[in-house]
Write a protein that binds this ligand. Structure first.
Ligand SMILES: Cc1cc2nc3c(=O)[nH]c(=O)nc-3n(C[C@H](O)[C@H](O)[C@H](O)COP(=O)(O)OP(=O)(O)OC[C@H]3O[C@@H](n4cnc5c(N)ncnc54)[C@H](O)[C@@H]3O)c2cc1C
Length: 361
């Protein structure tokens, strides 16, 4: 009889695991709860898709796109291919809302109850919203109009729409995501570059090397401030963003702001299921929850040896270990931790620079 494997989440970690499992002839039935939709995305490719969609189009392509009313964003380049396999049941847009560990059942937002032999949590991470005054609307339900997250394809879609008429953008947070988004926004309008500023509270390193990410970013025309904390967002009469105020009182007028202040593991489902959660879902070297031998976790939601990591190379390594174990091809394989961290990758910034050079030539 086939083994029932249920995967919650459809990000790069789940995608790698499921592709690895289905790449073997293991007798498995794999059910995936893909809360965000049928297509998994390589998130690291989302900012550069913003660049390619606008600046990378030829005049002819741009005019065709306008005719199709396709004025904004196309995430195809960041999409991971969906496996076509009868062993896969991909539940697009369905969220897992509860786990009954005693009876090994997952309750979905579609009211379906799915039994499992093995459950894998790949629920990823959520963007952190910093405690900045004025970040939300008066009723606290939404972000202030003009303020955006930059986490998933839908966020980038909205961002592309908002960037088209914007005059001045501020990116809050200088993580690799913030840097990439700032560079992408800067050149998202080839004819009329957007004025972009980036603010990060971390002090600059004392020595600036030629590979310094900020140096590269500034070459694209983005104005970047380090060692600066954002205190408040200001809105005008129409309750829309008008400025970002820094802790020193300095005011950056803007009509678009992007929050890129890091992520926190999405542990809600694990927590309500009674699994051990510290900062992430606590797993051992077999990527099994320390609370339940039938449940595994990997990717940005998992905490292994007291470490969290949503980095690409880490989640791929974890997925490969788990695919080997669950398919039976390599049942003794273990995960011992991330390989040595690679140098700071700022490929989208370098790409932005190259596009600017080409535009100037
Ligand atoms: C813009 C951006 C750029 C990045 N660039 C890089 C980079 O250059 N290098 C790098 O190493 N990392 C980068 N990262 C980080 C990396 O992409 C993420 O950490 C990675 O996506 C984590 O993968 P994951 O599969 O663990 O989780 P996620 O990608 O977060 O996917 C989890 C999925 O699970 C779904 N989900 C959650 N709960 C449920 C539920 N109950 N039911 C159903 N579905 C659920 C979520 O909706 C989500 O789709 C970047 C991230 C972003 C946002």
């Amino acid at each position: 009889m086939s083994r029932k494997i249920v995967v919650v989440g459809w990000g790069p970690a789940a995608h790698r695991l499921v592709t690895g499992l289905l790449g073997t002839d293991a007798e498995v039935d794999v059910t995936v709860y893909a809360g965000e939709g049928a297509v998994a995305h390589d998130r690291s490719a989302l900012p550069s898709t913003l660049v390619k969609t606008r600046a990378g189009r030829t005049a002819h392509e741009a005019s065709e796109a306008r005719d199709r009313a396709d004025t904004a964003f196309d995430t195809t380049a960041a999409a991971l291919p969906t496996p076509n396999d009868p062993r896969l049941d991909l539940r697009a847009g369905v969220r897992a809302v509860a786990v009954d560990r005693l009876h090994r059942l997952v309750h979905g937002s579609d009211q379906w109850i799915q039994p499992y032999d093995t459950l894998v949590l790949a629920t990823g991470a959520n963007p952190v919203l910093p405690p900045i005054r004025g970040l939300r609307t008066a009723d606290g339900r939404d972000l202030l109009p003009g303020v955006h997250s930059a986490h998933n394809a839908a966020d980038f879609h909205r961002l592309a729409e908002a960037a088209a008429p914007a005059s001045h953008a501020v990116v809050i947070g200088g993580s690799s995501t913030g840097l990439a988004v700032a560079a992408a926004l800067r050149i998202s309008r080839s004819d009329d570059p957007l004025h972009v500023e980036l603010v990060d509270q971390t002090p600059a390193t004392p020595e600036i090397t030629p590979t310094d990410a900020y140096l590269t970013l500034r070459r694209t025309g983005v104005i970047a401030y380090q060692d600066c904390r954002v205190r408040a967002l200001e809105s005008g009469s129409a309750d829309a963003l008008t400025a970002v105020t820094l802790a020193d009182g300095h005011r950056l007028g803007c009509d678009l702001a992007v929050i890129a202040c890091g992520t926190a593991p999405n542990t809600a489902l694990a927590w309500t299921s009674g699994l051990a959660v510290a900062r992430g879902i606590v797993v051992d070297d077999t990527l099994r929850s320390v609370s339940d031998p039938h449940i595994h976790a990997l990717g940005a939601c998992a905490e292994h040896r007291r470490s969290l990591s949503g980095r690409h190379e880490t989640l791929l390594a974890q997925a490969d270990v788990l695919a080997g174990r669950l398919s039976g091809l390599d049942p003794q394989r273990t995960y011992r931790g991330p390989a040595q961290r690679a140098a700071n990758a700022t490929s989208v910034v370098a790409e932005a620079e190259a596009l600017l050079r080409a535009a100037a030539a």
